[in-house]
Design a protein around this ligand. Structure first.
Ligand SMILES: *Cc1c(COP(=O)(O)O)cnc(C)c1O
Length: 381
């Protein structure tokens, strides 16, 4: 009893500060989500292109696939089914460089960063990078310093400070292209330019929220800004717009071989089911031609950003992720409640996911949302 008391106290504390989280069951159909018999427009999903809820696409795929439902081992043992290499080929061909797959975006960041760094490495990471990146850094033996969010001037100052330190062999700059919680973007053009002036620097960019959504062929912000070849570690997930599961890295052949030999989550975890990997390849090919959906989503996003600001709210967004920052957790919680009662499934995001006093409503748009639905939402705001 007394051993459990400690955890119970923590939960009580979370509850009192409005930060207690619980799991809720839901039923999803197209752009709708039903929770406890209340059906709402789903504005919290990462299914940005509506592909996860595209039943026709799923039927087409399943009618021609009979892949295994388990790989039964890691890829280095007997798990390396043809589906893996076929999927890597599809992705490598699209990016024009080598590709390596991982079980999830979380595995990817958790595994790559410790593998590619040592005590002679300095990691410079944006202050707002995803938890999986933070955990990867924590597992590494590198020293690390965080630069102010999206502040490339601060990054440059740090690079100048550390670059000529003889004890540092390489500096890895880690950032996201579109940030999950702010929906703002890194200036990749400027970042790549900055990198080019320092010989020890390698770039690591996470495109989790940009893959499928940005660039002519949906390859992310790196494609949009034409910097794909200048990013040493270009990573992303299949769990969001790609409607599947898994992570990928676009890199040099040497890095790929090195990771196959050193990356612990790749070596010591059972590889994804071949069926999922075949589905990823299928969706990835399909996604590249969805130019109209991408352009519609970008238009919708600009409209919402503008209208949210016209309503007097602050939002740093320049993407399909549009947070409305309200401050305290209880305010976010009660505003989210009102919106949900009106049929819009928007979730509050609270500390510790975001910094203290920056609790927010996070609107996550997708290409199947209609203009009229957003107009209604804005009215309620
Ligand atoms: C979602 C996310 C991940 C994790 O990807 P999963 O495939 O869901 O594990 C990693 N990085 C960023 C920036 C993310 O938003």
């Amino acid at each position: 009893m007394s051993l459990l008391q400690h955890y119970e106290d923590q939960l009580t504390r979370l509850k009192h500060s409005g930060n207690l989280r619980t799991l809720t069951t839901n039923v999803q159909q197209a752009r709708w989500i039903t929770i406890q018999q209340h059906t709402m427009l789903n504005l919290s999903s990462n299914d940005y292109l509506g592909l996860a809820s595209d039943l026709d696409l799923r039927e087409q795929f399943l009618s021609q696939s009979s892949a295994y439902l388990s790989s039964s081992s890691s890829r280095l043992l007997t798990g390396n089914f043809a589906a893996y290499e076929e999927c890597e080929d599809v992705i490598a061909k699209a990016f024009g460089r080598e590709a390596l797959l991982f079980n999830s975006g979380y595995h990817m960041n958790l595994g790559i960063l410790p593998a590619i760094t040592d005590a002679k490495t300095l990691i410079l990471a944006d202050k707002l990078v995803h938890a999986s990146i933070i955990d990867g850094i924590r597992l590494s033996s590198a020293t690390y310093v965080r630069y102010r969010h999206n502040d490339l001037v601060h990054l440059q100052t740090l690079l100048e400070k550390y670059h000529d330190d003889a004890a540092i062999e390489r500096i890895i700059v880690v950032t996201e292209s579109i940030f999950s919680m702010d929906g703002d973007e890194t200036d990749l053009t400027a970042l790549v330019k900055l990198k080019a002036t320092f010989s020890k620097v390698m770039l690591y960019v996470d495109e989790a929220h940009a893959i499928g959504v940005r660039g002519e062929r949906g390859l992310g912000c790196a494609e949009q800004y034409q910097v794909m070849d200048q990013i040493d570690f270009l990573v992303g997930t299949f769990g969001k717009a790609l409607a599947s599961i898994g992570g990928y890295l676009i890199c040099h052949q040497v890095i790929k071989q090195y990771l196959i030999n050193t990356m612990r989550p790749l070596i010591f975890s059972t590889a994804l089911p071949p069926l999922n990997v075949a589905w990823t390849a299928y969706v990835f090919e399909h996604m590249q031609s969805m130019v109209a959906a991408r352009s519609y989503l970008n238009q919708l996003s600009h409209d919402l950003q503008q209208q949210v600001r016209l309503k007097g709210y602050s939002s740093p967004s320049s993407s399909h992720l549009v947070p409305i920052i309200v401050g305290e957790s209880d305010v976010a919680l009660s505003k989210a409640n009102v919106l949900q009662q009106h049929g819009f499934y928007i979730m509050p995001v609270r500390p510790p996911t975001v910094p203290k006093a920056s609790a927010r409503l996070r609107i996550s748009l997708n290409a199947s949302i209609q203009q009229a639905e957003l107009a209604q939402l804005v009215q309620i705001l």
